[in-house]
Design a binder for this molecule. Sequence first.
Ligand SMILES: [Zn+2]
Ligand SMILES: [Zn+2]
Length: 265
Amino acid sequence: MPVVKVETREVSSYTGRMNKRIRPTHCYLCGEKLVEPTSVDHVPPLLFFPKEMRRRYNISNLLTIPVHAACNREWQEDEEYFVHTLLPMTGGSEAGDAHHIRIREKIKAGKNVFLVNQVMDEFKSVIKGVHLPANRVAKFIDHHRAYGVIWKIIRGLYFHHHGVILPKEWGMRYWITAPYEPPEPFFKDYADSGRGVSRGEYPKIFSYFFDRFQPDGWDFHYWGFHLWDSLIVTAMFHDPWRCGCPVCQFVGPVFPESMEGTVRA
Ligand SMILES: [Zn+2]
Ligand SMILES: [Zn+2]
């Protein structure tokens, strides 16, 4: 499938904040021309920032990108799920606690009960008949939803920094690391290398880095988020336009012609 690359605005600088008054010509979520009705999408989701902390730290100038109102709405449930599903792993950070308070309030008001039950159901202390140690539970994550939200955040930030819309559907590997777990091996090497530049104005809630590697014609991106001062999410994907690795250059199976006389029409 050909991938259409949409350049939608002048790139002022790779590190500077996008001028919020510049209105993109396209919706980064669907890639189509931006037409009314529109709304602003927070990157990362506004939901990541608990109300109490927004008040406490006077957080107001979060990064937003105008998108189609309908495209924006499509993501609300998945983003709720993402926050609910990761919160139990935050291990008592300030942001984690603030989120817990918010969720308790919502439950009291009769909201989100279904979602919370679903998430709690995903915690299992018995897996395939094996009892885990008392202090450990396994968390099943709805991969499709988690993948979607992580990829959406990356696409939003990529658009913010580079003015380019990454494809809606694309392959990516991701890792979610709880505070009491060792991160994936590449992250350790990467952190040790000192190459990473941490970005984000409210690191107690969300900070991120991104980088790009181009060894031997390959071209891949490495992204990471530090969420609520406790979780690490890392992700890796091949550049949709420039990667020359065998997988990206593979155009599909080519079947040899059947030899004459072996197949009857
Ligand atoms: Zn759209
Ligand atoms: Zn590749």
